[in-house]
Each structure stands twice: as structure tokens, then as C-alpha cells.
Ligand binder design. Structure first.
Ligand code: CP3
Length: 348
């Protein structure tokens, strides 16, 4: 197996740095777009294990990245908790019913993660077999705050002010819901591990819109619980925008921390200490630039993280209309770079 992704996640030194992209399985690939066009919608793809498996493998074949991530969505956990979602074309997630009160929380249940998200668990089994150990497979879920944000707000938002209001106005109900999401997430991640994923990543996509105080009270303690519960495989925590909590994130019981494009690698390293592996962080928007510039900036980023303990990625998901050749330029630049010979980097 091309194992460098897991080797670096485990703190080992490798000849080159591993690379993959958040949202690599998706609309940047023509194969994805043509398959997707034949289906009723996103959910059909997520709920059909054979198709989810096919789409998971596409970026491995097309881009040659060093890890696969199972094709699914963070929102499957909401549905398993009895809050169904829709994926509206060109708009994003929409929840017909949302959570606003204790009564609404009482309608929810803790997901067992196995039977109620059986389609993704089956997709993981199929994908592990189809990968045949070419590269490791990443499983994932959301962090409780990010899922909570969708369950209250009912759709995407710039401010998530309804969800933040809930934290201030109904703190006890909020904690109760966070607790249910946390239990569901732990069950789901354990089911993914049982089905064969090699590492799990948890996404706190909306961490950065919380105040440091709200993050410390309503988000971090639940992330901590998940980290402590998952001991079977290495784990990545990606708390987007939570630069104010880097010291605390550095103390989590996880191997890898995601770094978004607003953060400077040396500053992150100073705050989290020397132990954690860092993952990131090229600005996804930079992949719209010309290829000479992409190459130059990618190399700068590779150097800024230092020779070891770095898994290369973007600072958030790749944008759907990014030219495929630019994505390939990014991946190829990383894979040709020798982190132990600064001279090569300086030459370019
Ligand atoms: O390649 C991969 O990263 C694996 C698959 C994956 C998807 N969603 C597929 C998807 C992963 C890891 C996710 C996680 C996810 N989903 C997050 C956390 C990461 C992040 O980006 O911050 C969030 C917040 C969601 C919620 C979500 N799902 C939104 C807001 C949207 C609509 C926005 C968009 O990009 O269109 C989705 C839909 C979605 N999830 C798509 C894909 C490939 C687009 C689907 C399509 O229309 O074909």
C-alpha cells in the first residue's frame, strides 16, 4: 500500500509529503459530473453504496492522491437522528423541520450509526475491497457544533445567528442536543472504523463563527469527548477558523490538526507545540491562478510547514469549478517536492 499518509499521520518521516484534497470526490471531476447527471440527486448517490464507492475511487485514478475519503455527507447523522435533510441543487442543504425547543429535541434519537446509516457503512466495505490497499481510506463526520448549526438554522448561513442565539437563549437544551449529537457521532465513527476506514477526520466547518467563549463551552468539550472515545485509528480535527483555540486544540487526544488558509503554519506550530501533525493549507481560491503561480505558492507552503509532520491539503474544500489541470498541478508539485532537500525547492 502507498502508506505515506498514515505514516505521516503516525508522526513518521517520509521521503515526500502525502497529499489529498477536501472535496476531492465531487464536481471538479468530469466522471463525477456525468454520473451525477444521470441520477435523481445527491442523496441517491450517497445512499447507493456501489455508486458512492465508484465516486470515492475517481480522484485516486484521476489525480493520484495519497488517500481516499469516503463519499457521503456530514448531514447523514442528522437524518439518522430523525431530522431529515434535502440537498437543493445549486443551493445546498435544507431541513424541512428544524430544532427550536426542548419539544423538538425530544423528537430526536441517538443514532446507532450502523443500521441507520447502513448505506455509508456498506460503501466503506465496498471501497476498502475495491481499493485493494492502494491508498488508505478516510472516514469522517462533523463536529457536534457544526451539525447543531445546520439542525437549528435549517440551511447554510453566513452568520448562523439562529444557532448562536440558541446557545445563549437555551443553553441547557443546547447542551442536551450537543450530547445527543456527540453520542451519535461516536457510534457512527466506530461503525466506520469497524467497516475498515484507516483514519477518521471530524469537520468543524463553522467553528470560526463562534466567540471564543461559546467555542470553549459548547464546542470544544464535545470534540474532546469524541477524541477520547476514538482510540482505534488516528484522528484529524479540522476546526475551521478556530485560531483562538489553537492552544486547546493542541491538547486534544488526536494525531492531526487541520489548518485553514487564514492561519500561518509557523504561528500554528508555535501554539500547538511540536507533537501534532498539521494538515493544510493552501487557499482553495489560489487554484484559479495560472499554473506557474500555483507551483510557486505550493512550494512556499510546503517549505513553511517544514520537512516533517505535514499532510498536504487545501485550507478548505476545493471549489467545484476549479480547472482540473490546476488541481493536478497542485498534486504533482507536492509529489515531486523533496522536503529534505531545500535546494530543489529554491531552484523552482
Ligand atoms: O470528497 C470529499 O471530501 C468527500 C465527500 C464530502 C462531501 N461533503 C460531499 C459533498 C465531505 C467530506 C463532505 C463534508 C461536508 N458536507 C461538510 C464539511 C466540510 C466542509 O466543506 O466544510 C459540510 C459543511 C457539508 C454540508 C454540505 N454538503 C454543503 C454545505 C453542501 C452544498 C455545498 C456544495 O458544495 O454544493 C453539501 C453538498 C455536497 N457534499 C456536495 C458534495 C460532493 C455537492 C454535491 C452535488 O451537488 O453533487
Amino acid at each position: 500500500m502507498n502508506n505515506i499518509f498514515l505514516q505521516v499521520a503516525g508522526g513518521h518521516t517520509t521521503d515526500r509529503k502525502p497529499v489529498w484534497l477536501m472535496r476531492q470526490a465531487g464536481r471538479i471531476l468530469p466522471q463525477y459530473r456525468s454520473l451525477r447527471a444521470k441520477l435523481s440527486g445527491f442523496k441517491e448517490l450517497v445512499k447507493t453504496p456501489e455508486l458512492a464507492c465508484e465516486v470515492t475511487l475517481q480522484p485516486i485514478d484521476e489525480l493520484g492522491v495519497d488517500a481516499a475519503i469516503i463519499f457521503s455527507d456530514i448531514l447523514v447523522v442528522c437524518e439518522a437522528m430523525n431530522l431529515p435533510y434535502e440537498m437543493v441543487e445549486e443551493k445546498g442543504p435544507f431541513f424541512p423541520k428544524t430544532v427550536q425547543s426542548q419539544r423538538d429535541v425530544d423528537q430526536l434519537r441517538v443514532a446507532d450509526g450502523t443500521s441507520d446509516i447502513a448505506y455509508t457503512i456498506e460503501a466503506i466495505r465496498l471501497t476498502k475491497a475495491a481499493l485493494n490497499n492502494r491508498v488508505p481510506l478516510i472516514g469522517f463526520a462533523a463536529c457536534p457544533w457544526t451539525l447543531f448549526a445546520y439542525m437549528i438554522e435549517g440551511e447554510g448561513s453566513k452568520t448562523f445567528s439562529k444557532a448562536k442565539k440558541m446557545l445563549y437563549a437555551q443553553p441547557e437544551v443546547s447542551h442536551q442536543l450537543m450530547d445527543m449529537i456527540t453520542k451519535s457521532t461516536i457510534n457512527y465513527l466506530k461503525a466506520q472504523i469497524e467497516a475498515g476506514v484507516d483514519l477518521v477526520q471530524i469537520f468543524d466547518s463553522w467553528a470560526g463563527i463562534l466567540s471564543p467563549q461559546q467555542y470553549a463551552i459548547f464546542a470544544l468539550p464535545y470534540v474532546k469527548r469524541i477524541c477520547n472515545a476514538i482510540t482505534e485509528v488516528p484522528m484529524t480535527v479540522f476546526a475551521k477558523g478556530a485560531y483562538f483555540a489553537l492552544e486547546e486544540l493542541g491538547q486534544l487526544n488526536c494525531e492531526v490538526l487541520g489548518v485553514d488558509w487564514n492561519m500561518q503554519p509557523n504561528m500554528v506550530r508555535q501554539k500547538v507545540g511540536t507533537q501534532k501533525v498539521l494538515q493544510g493549507n493552501l487557499d482553495p481560491c489560489l487554484l484559479y491562478a495560472d499554473r506557474a503561480f500555483i507551483k510557486k505558492e505550493t512550494i512556499k507552503m510546503l517549505q513553511a510547514f517544514g520537512p516533517t509532520k505535514h499532510i498536504v491539503n487545501l485550507g478548505h474544500g476545493v471549489y467545484k469549478d476549479t480547472p482540473l489541470d490546476n488541481v493536478k498541478c497542485f498534486v504533482d508539485t507536492v509529489q515531486a517536492f523533496d522536503p529534505h532537500k531545500e535546494a530543489i525547492a529554491v531552484k523552482v
